[in-house]
Structure formats: C-alpha cells, structure tokens
Design a protein around this ligand. Structure first.
Ligand code: BTN
Length: 267
C-alpha cells in the first residue's frame, strides 16, 4: 500500500472515483474550506460538491474559535449539501451526520473505537480527533445549502498541545499506531455519509448516533454561557438532536445545541 503524505488534485479525484461526489475543488492552501464552499453554494454548487484543502490559514471552529490545519497532517474539507424539504426542518442533524459517518469510517478502515462527544466532536481514547462546523446559507427563511465542514487530525503534527485547547486532542495515527492514508479515510467517510443521509430523519440514525455517544451513562457537566452548568448522566439524544441528561433525582433534562460545552464530571 502507498500512503498519501502529499495530496493533489489527481490523487484526490482517483481516491474518490467510486464516491458520488459530483464536483470537486482542491486547494493546496486556502483560508477556510467552509468560506469557499459557502461562496460556491451561493454560485450554484450542486448537492454533494466538495471543497478540499491540504492546508487552511484561516480555518474556523465552532463558537468563533480558530482551527489550525497544517499541510500533510489532516483532513480539512467542506461539503455543500442541499437540504430536501423534510431535512430543512432538521438542519441541526447534519453535523451529527458527519460525526456518525467519520466514526463508521474509523471503524471500517482502522478497527478503532471512536465516540461522539455531543453534539459532534469525534473522540478517540477520550481525546478529540475531529471537529465539525455546519453552516447554512439562507434565502429569507428557506435554507439553500448546508456547508458541512469537517477537520480530522490524522498525523501527530496536527494535534494541538493540551494547553492550547479546551478539550485534549489526539489524532488517528496515535490511536491506530500506524500511518493512515488521508484520502482512503476521506473516501470511506464520504461513502458512509452518503449511505446514512437518506436515513437522517429515521430512528435508525438516532440509534446509530447513540451507539457511539461518548460518556453514555457517565456523569458529565454541561457548561452554558452565562448560566449555571447542568450536571447529570448522559442518557441519549432525542429526535431533534438534543442531549438528554438524567439528573441525580432521576429527572430528564433536555439540552439544545448552542453555546454549550460538555465535559466529563471529573475534569
Ligand atoms: C470545531 O471543533 O470547533 C469545529 C472545527 C471544524 C473545522 C473544519 S476544517 C474544514 C472546515 N473549514 C473550516 O474553516 N472549518 C471546518
């Protein structure tokens, strides 16, 4: 097997030959693939269009954080998805869709045991290995596109030191113990995503997500900006993608996606 430490347009196209991606834009270096995909979406990008970069200089994370993508070390890409009418009422499920697809790819390709820290960070060995930023573009109150941006730490040089992040990070190769081919991982992820998407609004998708939910049954703290943190044990997710927490007095609390941070209770 040949490992892709470098990446170029031809290698990318060859890796995705059996994946239903209608159009691809590849950049050796770009500000943010999400920004490019949002511009392309405004310009008529088709459903499933892919923007991929080897390096990002202005990568963005959730809650206005920076996301650093060094060349040769990570996956950084954004998909333009055109929501169907039923999907457009559940846009918050697109980022868990990315997390479920990446988790499945990590199992299939490398036999790893990923978990999804609600709502959508992918963990290996309880450390973050991937982040997802879904952004929508709207015409009035009708969503025209969801840009699903996914960043995966593949090689150790992608991993930020613990004192630079809110949640400790890791990478695929640390968990796998061997080199991992970025393009092979990308192809598996996209195949999985396009297979799960038709089931996005079904109980099957929620079960698939819950089966990978991090800290299930464990005590966690949910910090919400400007409010008292919530404490409870992770009990699951509901059909809207909300987190369900079981409190010490057996109440179920529903936590909506937003300005929230979930952590294990002991940290
Ligand atoms: C997070 O965990 O805060 C989300 C990180 C999302 C990073 C990806 S990398 C590809 C895409 N382009 C961006 O600028 N951000 C997303």
């Amino acid at each position: 097997m040949r490992y892709n430490y470098s990446m170029n347009q031809e290698q990318l196209r060859a890796a995705l030959v059996n994946v239903p991606v209608p159009e691809i834009r590849f950049f050796e270096s770009i500000g943010s693939t999400n920004d490019e995909a949002l511009r392309w979406a405004e310009d008529g990008a088709p459903d499933g269009a892919l923007v991929m970069a080897d390096q990002q200089t202005q990568g963005r994370g959730r809650l206005d954080r920076r996301w650093i993508t060094r060349p040769g070390a990570a996956l950084a890409f954004s998909l333009v998805l055109r929501p169907t009418l039923p999907e457009s009422r559940f846009l918050q499920l697109f980022s868990p869709l990315g997390a479920v697809a990446l988790s499945e790819a990590l199992v299939v390709q490398y036999d790893l045991e990923p978990h999804i820290k609600w709502p959508n960070d992918v963990l290996l060995n309880r450390r973050k290995t991937a982040g997802i930023l879904a952004e929508a573009s709207w015409l009035g109150d009708v969503p025209q596109a969801v840009v699903l941006g996914i960043g995966v730490n593949v090689a150790p040089s992608a991993v930020p030191p613990d004192d630079e992040v809110l949640f400790p990070a890791t990478c695929v190769e640390q968990a796998y113990g061997r080199p991992a081919d970025r393009l092979e991982l990308l192809a598996a992820l996209l195949r999985s995503l396009f297979e799960w998407r038709p089931r996005l609004l079904t109980p099957q998708f929620l079960s698939g997500w819950e089966a990978r939910l991090a800290f299930l049954g464990e005590p966690v703290r949910v910090e919400q900006d400007g409010r008292e943190p919530l404490a409870g044990r992770v009990a699951g997710v509901d059909g809207d993608g909300n987190l369900l927490l079981r409190t010490a007095d057996q109440q179920i609390l529903t936590v909506a996606v937003g300005d929230v941070h979930l952590r294990p209770a002991e940290s």
